[in-house]
Structures are given as C-alpha cells and as structure tokens.
Design a protein around this ligand. Structure first.
Ligand code: BT5
Length: 257
C-alpha cells in the first residue's frame, strides 16, 4: 500500500484527499486535526501500522504492520443527531463488503462487526466541535485482514478473528478498502431513510436472544434484543414485558443465553 497505488485503486470514487502513512500513532488523531483544519468531505487518513490505535474509552486497538486496514474518514457537514446512524453506516459498509466475499457478517451493536461470532472490525466515531456546533465527524475503522492482525487473547475482552481466518485467504487490502468506501458512499445517501435502519437491524447479532448491556453511566440492563429505534438506539424487552431503549454511547453488549 502506498499513496500512489491508493489513488489509483480509488480513482473512480468521489473521495476527498488521501493521507497515507507507513506508520502512525492513530489515524483518528491525525484525521481529527485535519478536520479541524478544514479537510474536505470524504478525505481520509490511512496507515499500514498504528502504534497508538484507540478504541472507545481509550482502550487500545491493535494494528500490526501491513496486516489490517486502519483508516479514518472525515465527514462534513455533520450533526450530532446523525451520530448513531453514522456508526451504523460504517458497520453496514464493512458488512456489505464482507458479504461480497461470501462471508456472513453480523453487527454487534453499536460498533463491532463479527464473523462467526468473533470481532473482525471495530469502529470509533469522534466529533470535531466548533464552539457548540458539530463541525465534522471522524469515522475510524479497523478491520483485521491477515491472521497476524488478531491480537493475543490476553488483550481481548471478546474473541477476535480476521478475514483470512474465516475465508482461508486474505483479500487484497486496497481492494477491500475500495469496496468499503463504495458501500459507504452509496449507503450514506440513504442513511436518513427508514430502510437504512431496517438493513442495519437485519444484520444485528443476537436478535431475539437474551443480552446484557453495560454502560459506564448506568447500571447493567438485561433483556431480549428486539431491534432498533428510528435513531439507531437499541430496543430490549425486559423481564416484566417492559420495553427498554438503550441510547448509543460507550456501552458494551454481551449475549447471556
Ligand atoms: C473499537 O473500540 O472497537 C473501535 C476500534 C476503532 C479502531 C480504528 S482503527 C482506525 C482508527 N484509528 C484509531 O485509533 N482507532 C480507529 P472498543 O469497542 O472500545 O473495543 C476495543 C477493544 O477491542 C480492546 O479493548 C480490545 O479488547 C479489542 N481489540 C483491540 N484490538 C483489536 C483487534 N485488532 N481486533 C479485535 N479486537 C481488538
């Protein structure tokens, strides 16, 4: 992967500017600074290695050299009301691309893509503020492509896998990137429609199953996973037949059955 080959592979797509790095701390950090400096819509930062890749709540995200995809897309204009739908947009774009390879992805709400029940990709959406207004969003995506991208089990709270592990061979990383961006651009045009939520809902992991949701600011909630609300919030059915809505945020979801 390099700046020239990326430009060539993506030449048919209406992306903004591209910043490629052999190695970087975090593509999200670079993209946040670039967005604040006025980068145009769909510009992105991509790296062959991250030395300080981040998950939510400053958890670590592993991107060993040339084994994965790690990139951060700048989206503008943006609004906070689209925040949870943007996570869905990123997850659906990754899932669309995996479906093309004949794989069967599911989306662990809110921000993980699974293959065979294991995490193959994670998403981190961050906001650039201009005073009290949202200036732009940065959508960071990390996808495990080669088997060497999967971190050792002791670093994980949830099992992980790679596309190579699931498919028997790794796809070309630049072609995978092109597929994901193509899906992203197409899906983005539909993200305010009801159908968008429906497509997202159809790919949800653990639908109809008992799950537990932990949020940093509230107590643990358990219930049957029913589906999504129109804003992308999660709907659960509680023990006593009550409906519970979990809003998008730093929450983690686990199957309990
Ligand atoms: C995420 O957070 O899953 C969001 C990951 C976003 C990474 C992208 S890469 C491009 C951009 N630049 C960045 O710096 N970040 C974004 P969260 O749900 O909080 O999950 C983090 C947890 O996933 C960690 O605590 C580990 O347990 C686990 N983990 C770390 N690296 C992993 C990997 N490569 N594959 C699977 N699981 C991993």
């Amino acid at each position: 992967m390099n700046q020239r080959s990326l430009k060539k592979t993506l030449s048919s797509l209406p992306v903004g500017e591209i910043r490629y790095f052999e190695s970087i701390g975090s593509t999200n950090d670079e993209a946040l600074a670039w967005a604040a400096a006025g980068a145009r819509d769909l510009s992105f930062v991509i790296a062959d290695e991250q030395t300080a890749g981040r998950g939510r709540l400053n958890r670590k995200w592993f991107t060993p050299k040339q084994t994965a995809l790690a990139f951060s897309l700048i989206l503008r204009p943006a609004s906070n009301s689209l925040l949870s739908r943007t996570v869905g947009l990123a997850a659906l774009s990754i899932a669309d691309s995996l479906l093309k390879y004949g794989l069967a992805p599911s989306i662990k709400w809110p921000n993980d893509v699974l293959l065979s029940g294991k995490k193959v990709a994670g998403i981190l959406i961050e906001t650039v503020w201009s005073g009290t207004e949202v200036d732009s969003l940065v959508a960071g995506m990390g996808i495990n492509v080669h088997k060497e991208s999967v971190p050792p089990a002791q670093y994980l709270q949830f099992p992980a896998t790679s596309i190579e592990d699931e498919m028997g061979h790794p796809p070309d990383r630049e072609e995978l990137l092109r597929d994901i961006l193509t899906a992203f651009i197409a899906r983005r045009l539909q993200m305010e429609r009801a159908n968008f939520i429906k497509s997202w809902e159809e790919l949800l992991a653990y639908r109809g199953e008992q799950v537990q949701v932990n949020a940093s600011d509230t107590e643990t909630r358990s219930g049957k996973l029913l589906g999504l609300e129109s804003d992308g919030s999660l709907r659960l059915l509680g023990q006593h037949g009550e409906t519970m809505i979990v809003h998008f945020g730093d929450v983690s979801l686990r199957p309990t059955s």
